[in-house]
Design a protein around this ligand. Sequence first.
Ligand SMILES: Cc1cc2nc3c(=O)[nH]c(=O)nc-3n(C[C@H](O)[C@H](O)[C@H](O)COP(=O)(O)O)c2cc1C
Length: 250
Amino acid sequence: MDEVTTFTPNVARYENLMEVVRNRLTTRAFRPDIAVPREHIEMVLEAARHAPSGANAQPWHYIVVTDPQVKQQIADYFVTEATKRAKLKMKFPTPNYRGLATAPGFVVVVADFRFVRAFPVLLDGSDLDRKYQANAERILLQSVAASTMSAHLAAAALGYQVWWVTAIGQDDAQKELRPLLGVPDDLAIIDIMLFGVPAKAPYKRWKKTLPQIVSWGKFDMNNYMTLDQIDDWVREARHKVMYRDEGKVD
Ligand SMILES: Cc1cc2nc3c(=O)[nH]c(=O)nc-3n(C[C@H](O)[C@H](O)[C@H](O)COP(=O)(O)O)c2cc1C
């Protein structure tokens, strides 16, 4: 019997996926009056569960926040952190983190960095080990991001809009946020996923074109940016591509 050598791609399924991918739009304020049922939260996190991860370590955990007071405390923390950044003159365009408290779907993403041990590391404290450990941390972060992204797409597929918040600051944040959620000291809260029905119509933000992000064969130097060009972009373009109307520059 002849071997089958043709492959028919499922373009219809691709288009269904792309409809979700294109229309996942960051939203920073939600309708608090429209609840997200537990069943939908579980559907969203079911998508997170199937994500790929380095060594299949699955170094993630999701805490669903349901208590409005805890949501408010976390929102307050982010507002304070944004004010701190403003004082440090980081010049980062800061959104209004008060919107956090309005999110019906509120999921704290926890990473277990001890799983760097599952990746190629020496664990002997040597310089070489430090290099491998740094790479292992990248593997771990990418793994958690892959899982988180699956959850974001699942929420978007259900018709909700999403907000990915990493503006946690640094170690101080861990100390403040862990006790609120009973997170053990050796785990890290790395971001927060919010979702729900948007308070106002979401909008599509600027995306680079395909030729700007893809090279065929070897890196297309037309798309290489010098450090000066990146600094210009940060100064001139960043605030425009991050927000249309809700942003303010510190
Ligand atoms: C890793 C990551 C971190 C982000 N951190 C924050 C954040 O801390 N605060 C925030 O308001 N938005 C955050 N965002 C949302 C981005 O600002 C947003 O995705 C970007 O402006 C593009 O808009 P879009 O999501 O509508 O395509 C983050 C997104 C990603 C993927």
